[in-house]
Design a protein around this ligand. Sequence first.
Ligand code: KIV
Ligand code: ZN
Length: 517
Amino acid sequence: MATNNIIIFDTTLRDGEQALKASLTVKEKLQIALALERLGVDVMEVGFPVSSEGDFLSVRTIAENIKNSRVCALSRAMDKDIDAAYEALKVADAYRIHTFIASSALHVEAKLKRSFDEVVEMAIQAVKRARNYTDDVEFSCEDAGRTGIDNICRIVEAAISAGATTVNIPDTVGFCLPTEYGSIMANVRNRVPNIDKAIISVHCHNDLGMATANSLTAVLNGARQIECTINGIGERAGNTALEEVVMAIKTRQDMFNGLDTRINTQEIHRVSQMVSQLCNMPIQPNKAIVGDNAFAHSSGIHQDGMLKNKNTYEIMSPESIGLKKEKLNLTARSGRAAVKGHMADMGYTEADYDLDKLYDAFLKLADKKGQVFDYDLEALAFIDMQQGDEDRLTLDVITSQTLSGLPASAFVQVALDGHRINQTSNGGNGPVDAVYNAIMQIVGMDLKMSHYNLTAKGEGAEALGQVDIVVEYEGRRFHGVGLATDIVESSARALIHAINAIYRSQKVANLTKNLKH
Ligand code: KIV
Ligand code: ZN
């Protein structure tokens, strides 16, 4: 199908989410989906509905809420997967079913234990079944990067004959080099007789750091859909980063003349921050486009050049990805309108956050810090997006004490289901440990801490401390996040957040158990 438009297929909430230390909640996934919609992705792949009840529910919730992007769900080439994808998606205004099966000899023989002929037949049946539900069906031959070209052409032709409207050629293990991958695309375009009836799509992993180069080379060889994720998150070394391919096509129009995407690039920075925060996936400072240093000029020679003419060392402007310099004029005397105004300046609408809660949190912070910066406000809004609606456990008071050479002690007061509980603990190996011991004694849970990370949000000594933890409980992992001016308090809040997520998951499990009886 000839088009000058490059379709951006975002898979942050499927391939990206698959690689997280702890799953996102439905609320977090919806927040990201709404941000992707505003970014202008054409298609968003948001889950694998057959894989769990939670995944099914989040695909369904996103399908109900997204109006300006096509919502897609993944399915293996199996009836039950395709049926589940349809059941989750059918409420959407526009949706796509994506079905896949592996095509490389290694996967076909070692993993599927089938012959290639059987695999082609399964692909045909899967595409036909999906076509009974929708006219928009994508077929992927997993591990195409390591599949012989004759077999790629054969399975792609069969899938298109069965009704696939997009055919995706994934480099599942990030094995290909750009020239090689480009030649696979050129072969598919030139040798598959019915290729004019489908869009060719690329899906690259970054194991050798080639994902962006491979995706762009594929475009130069006829591909018209790029599958990618925000910040390049995804299995192992990740997927192609959306911001990289989009900004490369925009910045190098001399090479991609006439080709363009529908992405509103000014949303890139904001959505990148949101995904990093909600997914608990920090961005490396030198990451292209969205890293903290991506627009920083350090050496004297560079700074001198920039002052004389920005083009000396800047190939795109920070403003083009929505990066703005923070302002510092909010204080405890600023009203709700000022807070709302600053959020709007950063690109947030009231649908993204709860103004009452944000204003409350802002006042508390302003009392402690004096001046509140835009990045503080954004951090508070992100934390709110990550909180559940009804928390059973809330923190009232904490104090902790350490004297050098002696074990730490703590006093914690919480409310559990509205009942106030006090607890002290002695013998911690530090103030955070002492507070954690007290909280765990209150809830009586055997939690294993598998990850603890402290990040400064903001600049200098005034920065807020954000603590992200992952705890394991009964075989599942839960993410907790806490933000405060005091890092012992942030740590306590992160644990309480994770415990509330556990309570919530128990409630959902009980509900689904009762529904089944
Ligand atoms: O990497 C891959 O091959 C995939 C497929 C499911 C498209 O993610
Ligand atoms: Zn993948």
